[in-house]
Design a protein. Structure first.
Lengths: 240, 240
DNA sequence: GCCGTGATGGCACTCAGTTCCCTCCCGTGG
DNA sequence: CCACGGGAGGGAACTGAGTGCCATCACGGC
């Protein structure tokens, strides 16, 4: 048996880390997050209290054991992108990396979602994690939009919109207990964002289908005098 | 002197609360946030330790003493809005309430900005505050978009974009030490968001210059496929 | 056999936040 | 004038997260 333990340890780099996560979630689901102390966790895992804080900087970190790696993956993904890509599409693909991480362990993700939904402290921690993703996306877009007027503004807004769309789809998937098609939901949500931000500052995004006409649509309500419509068209075209 | 103290106490509802904020910021600026303990603050303010936690649920709260009131103002503002308003414009105006709060005390806001920029714990706390603003905006938009396809998605994305644009302008104003024109910067930033989201579900905002004729102008950005343009016309005419 | 290194356990400490109880002040009613 | 009550503040003691320091143990090289 000792040899099999040895093999398991060799397979998984940090057996202790996984044991702590398992023990922590068992207790969190039994008694709740705040009713569980770090001493409880290390007692169940059979390790010393000090070792817990060697693997997790804080009690909250044990709830999000793989976000650090995912964040590193995202920054690497963005850093490895060439200049030929459409930036908005690129950050949408980066966001899909996060979804993939959630989808790798649906049961775990759903459990964690239920926890974070009801524990304010965990919600706050999750916000700081999401914020780091958003800043990674924004930094990439800022670099791509550098020099453009309102480049940083545009970068920040698009990053926030991408994160919000991703989270909207992710949460509805989590609420479905992982039954829905997460990939399709995120694709759909990110599609809306790409539509909204495809044009104004980028060198025209290639549309998936259709042509690249410069389209201005003017809809006049019933009863508007024609000269007003013309005026609207003129002022609209004068802008930008 | 005791009578003057009495007068001061009568003037400001919570003299103790203000004294704690003043003492806290004095020490935070002297030694830094993490190097200042709650005991230091109450010692300088000359009050008991227990009283600190009577006024502020946590040490972080003393850094954001007026956000609770501002959040209440925003929810009241949104709740008091009639159905005739353009929702996107309405949430932009709600966001301006936050800017106004910052602009009321420029020196204080700049000091706080410098603190939150370098203390991770305060940044995390600020994120949770901002998140509550964003949820208030999103809840309003969700109610307004109820029934529309992808209504909640659109609400979440717009709320996130509005908050991001507001924060972008706010931060650049804070970095200028309160010298720039904060109102103009925020107007400009929010204008971009309104432009980006004027189309798909809400008819465009009325142009700033010009009168209020019944003319609705929908601008579809260059590069939009023709089927999208047709869809815009249909949905715009279908409403109202 | 000796030593350096890295992983772990254990102990004591700081500090945030809470609980419980005390005192003081002030107004009110007898 | 006094008794009473309630609210604001003070203070001791406690819990629990997170840290620093050191002892221990396993392992591999010499």
């Amino acid at each position: 048996m000792s040899s099999s333990d040895k093999a398991e340890e060799a397979a998984a780099k940090p057996p202790m880390r996984d044991a702590l996560v398992a023990a922590a979630f068992q207790l969190f689901l039994e008694r709740g997050y705040e009713q569980t102390t770090v001493d409880d966790i290390v007692a169940l895992a059979g390790v010393g209290r000090r070792s817990f804080f060697r693997y997790f900087p804080s009690k909250e970190d044990v709830v999000f054991p793989d976000h650090e790696r995912c964040l590193a993956d995202m920054t690497a993904f963005l850093a490895a992108s060439g200049d030929e890509d459409e930036p908005v599409r690129r950050v949408c693909d980066a966001a899909r990396l996060v979804l993939r991480m959630y989808a790798e362990n649906p049961a775990f993700s759903v459990q964690r979602y239920r926890l974070t939904k009801q524990v304010p402290g965990l919600r706050a921690y999750e916000l700081s994690v999401v914020w780091r993703y958003e800043r990674a996306l924004a930094a990439y877009l800022r670099a791509r939009f550098a020099g453009r007027p309102d480049g940083t503004l545009r970068a920040d807004v698009i990053a926030a919109a991408v994160v919000a769309a991703h989270n909207n789809a992710l949460r509805s998937w989590l609420r479905s207990d992982g039954k829905d098609d997460a990939g399709a939901a995120v694709d759909h949500a990110l599609g809306h964002v790409q539509e909204a931000f495809a044009g104004p500052a980028g060198p025209a995004a290639e549309r998936p289908a259709g042509d690249q006409e410069d389209v201005v649509v003017v809809v006049s309500r019933r009863g508007a005098p024609l000269w007003r419509v013309v005026q609207e068209i003129e002022t609209t075209l004068a802008r930008d």
